[in-house]
Design a protein around this ligand. Structure first.
Ligand code: IMP
Ligand code: MG
Length: 308
């Protein structure tokens, strides 16, 4: 397993703690989609006599983010019938607790229902693992929006998104800012030594910056070269203030120190995709941030070019 970004709380199986292979397999699917889980965390009493438990029910999994218990049924039909009976009894006694009986074929449709998938095998080819989950993104982007709302109280910030990786982040962030605001977008070429270096503006802003409170919104800061040059250019347009809000900070690769006023997550030195970030225009539509499989990047990169 590769190192995780900040706040990726997940539990991993200690080998052989599972009663069935299907349970271990299910835990791997949950890991893949970054859904937190606990294995058999609780037993519920179904029948008792004189304080003695006669029958209990121990669901296989609990998914804390979804607040739901999961019972797997990959068993013979006779045992499934027995499970249905147990489940009815359980629901009578514990009507407020959510439990689902799952057949093997139901795994992915459950995940889909809660927004974690499914992606066909073809679409996830190349993905190693989920680094930042859907719920972690939601929570953190909400916090950033709240912080900006507080810091810019009484002002009307202008948010500048850097295309195209910022698409998802920008859309979610502005919905958590409770102030009047304006947005604009810029497209810039990646740093390219062969062209003599520097940032080339492919699409410029339409909004003037003079005396505005400008927040540059960026998907990921890697070497910092792009942002550094861009900030110098924007400073020339004399905004009242200029700050940066970056979803991801790949600190380990920094070549130029750039001030980041708001940061979502620090990520390890690995190529990440999803939630707007791409590799050769693919993977932007994954709702989570994931790492690419080792070797995938090299195998699919054209000669020595940078991926973006
Ligand atoms: P920098 O100038 O090296 O900081 O480059 C930042 C830009 O490179 C970002 O805006 C992304 O477009 C791209 N980039 C850097 N790292 C990644 C990554 O891990 N995944 C996807 N794009 C990346
Ligand atoms: Mg970019």
């Amino acid at each position: 397993m590769s190192p995780k970004g900040k706040g990726a709380p997940r539990q991993h199986p200690a080998s052989s703690r599972f009663a069935h292979n299907s349970e271990e397999e299910f835990s791997r699917i949950l890991d893949f989609y970054g859904v937190a889980w606990e294995y058999e965390p609780r037993s519920f009493t179904l029948r008792e006599e004189d304080g003695r438990v006669l029958e209990a029910f121990t669901p296989d999994f609990y998914l804390p983010d979804l607040d739901i218990y999961i019972e797997l049924t990959t068993l013979k039909q006779s045992l499934v019938t027995e499970k249905h009976r147990k489940l009815r009894r359980f629901q009578e006694r514990y009507p407020d607790i959510q439990v689902r009986l799952l057949h093997r074929s139901d795994y992915l449709s459950l995940l889909a229902k809660y927004g974690y998938g499914p992606f066909s095998e073809v679409e996830v080819a190349g993905i190693h693992e989920v680094l930042i989950t859907v719920s972690e993104l939601e929570r953190r982007v909400g916090e950033l929006g709240t912080a900006i709302s507080r810091d810019y109280q009484g002002r009307e910030p202008l948010l500048i998104g850097l295309l195209r990786g910022v698409t998802c982040f920008m859309a979610d962030l502005i919905r958590h800012i409770s102030l009047p605001l304006a947005i604009d977008y810029m497209a810039i070429s990646s740093y390219d030594g062969a062209e003599g270096g520097g940032v080339r503006i492919l699409k410029d802003l339409e909004e003037p910056l003079l005396d505005r409170h400008v927040i540059v919104v960026e998907d990921i800061v890697d070497t910092g070269m792009t942002l550094n040059t861009l900030l110098q250019e924007l400073q020339l347009r004399q905004p009242a203030s200029l700050t940066v809000c970056a979803l991801l900070d790949k600190r380990a690769r920094r070549l130029v120190e750039v001030p980041l006023d708001y940061v979502g997550f620090e990520v390890p030195d690995e190529f990440v995709v999803g939630y707007g970030l791409d590799f050769q225009q693919k993977f932007r539509n994954l709702p989570f941030i994931a790492t690419l499989k080792r070797g995938w990047l090299e195998a699919h990169s054209k000669t020595t070019e940078r991926p973006e």
